[in-house]
Design a protein around this ligand. Sequence first.
Ligand SMILES: Cc1cc2nc3c(=O)[nH]c(=O)nc-3n(C[C@H](O)[C@H](O)[C@H](O)COP(=O)(O)O)c2cc1C
Length: 230
Amino acid sequence: MHTPPPQARRTTRRHVPATTTTELTPTPHRKPKIYVVMYTTWGHTKTLADEIIKGIEAAGGEATLWRVPETLGADVLGKMHANLDAIADVPVITAENLTEADGFLFGLPTRYGTAPTQIKAFWDSTGGLWQVGALVGKYGGLFHTTATQHGGQETTSLTFLAHYVHHGILYVPLGYSCPILNDNTEVLGGSAYGAGTIAGGDGSRQPSAKELQVANWQGKEFAKILAKTV
Ligand SMILES: Cc1cc2nc3c(=O)[nH]c(=O)nc-3n(C[C@H](O)[C@H](O)[C@H](O)COP(=O)(O)O)c2cc1C
């Protein structure tokens, strides 16, 4: 019989949380350490991530870009015309890396209105962290790419949120703090759930100037919120 490795095994949670309220006592004047973690096939989500990182750094945060492990083989990625150049220099994150950060911003290119399998598979590898409450009290935000305006940016956030909830990660929405989110004069990705872009069915549309401004804004706001807590 196949026995799953300990990290993948979901058993009753032990009553030995790694993070306690005492350990979360704020240490003043430390830069919040923020991991921007994404999956991308064609690069749009990476472009948003780069802009979010600029915002985090402008607000005094420390940002690192990561990608989740790929689950597709090279043959399939080749047939999909995946943009491998976009991720060539981006390190692959492990579940354990999440424990190092104060918060994360996950970039989700939509698949049928939900997060892609690659993101789900990564979170399915975090069972060992869940078991000891290693991510309790950390902060999490989200950003998105869809092919079309109504392709499911908000449903992707909503259906992803259970991961943060089960880990005890505090979700930080973007809200409507950024005025661009009220702009109806052009097609725009992004919502109260997080920055976003619209790639087009053939991937030819690139993040617009306004979408990048929203991404930058989200990075800044996220870093400012975390700066109050670390
Ligand atoms: C299997 C599959 C399902 C998809 N489902 C949706 C969808 O439900 N809504 C949508 O707007 N785009 C959908 N897309 C398009 C992708 O979301 C879009 O191409 C991607 O977010 C581009 O981001 P990237 O350049 O970072 O890879 C789908 C793409 C694939 C391959």
